[in-house]
Ligand binder design. Structure first.
Ligand SMILES: [Zn+2]
Length: 187
């Protein structure tokens, strides 16, 4: 037998006839990638890595800056294309009787209602923390004006002047009580 060139290797994947190099692990590149993509464990790992990458503050900031820049400098044609798309969505998707009925039904779901109420509160009463919303409602329902209800709750909200004043008053009270106790025990 004379020394002849080794037979060309063919991709292992069934039905694939692509020739592969001597150093290949057995599959041509498209078949190897397809196999990786069809492996749930590998796919999950890729998704997790992608999510971690996009959660990095510097990546988020860069994306935000790029998007803001694009929004400010958007070409007029793109702006008009988006307006047109918006009009079409309103006409064909949002204002149909089915869509309106669906939105109405969604609004009666308790979680959706709560989310909506929270979002409205954050918009109109941005100073009010979530855990005091119920207290605020109780006060205004009992007849207090919005300004009085706010004045009544502000001592509870860290960062406000009223809260600082209350903390200071507490400290002074504690000092006074200690002083009185010390004086009483001096006799
Ligand atoms: Zn192949």
């Amino acid at each position: 037998m004379s020394a002849s060139a080794p037979a060309p290797r063919i991709c292992l994947e069934e039905g694939c006839t692509v020739a592969i190099s001597r150093t290949s692990k057995g599959r041509c590149k498209p078949c190897a990638l397809k196999r990786l993509y069809n492996d749930p464990a590998i796919r999950d790992r890729c998704a997790a890595a992608r999510a971690a990458y996009h959660a990095r503050p510097e990546v988020k900031e860069a994306n935000r800056a790029r998007m803001a820049d694009f929004m400010v400098n958007m070409p007029e044609a793109e702006r008009e294309r988006r307006r047109e798309h918006g009009r079409k969505m309103v006409a064909t998707r949002l204002h149909t009787p089915e869509a309106q009925a669906k939105a109405l039904a969604a609004r009666s779901v308790p979680e959706v209602k709560a989310r909506r109420a929270r979002s409205i509160t954050r918009t109109w009463l941005p100073w009010l923390p979530d855990d005091l919303v119920e207290a605020y409602r109780a006060l205004t329902r009992s007849g207090l004006s919005a300004a009085d209800a706010r004045a009544a709750l502000e001592p509870e909200i860290p960062g406000t002047a009223a809260h600082t004043a209350r903390v200071l008053a507490n400290v002074r009270d504690a000092q006074r009580i200690r002083r009185e106790r010390d004086q009483a025990s001096a006799y």
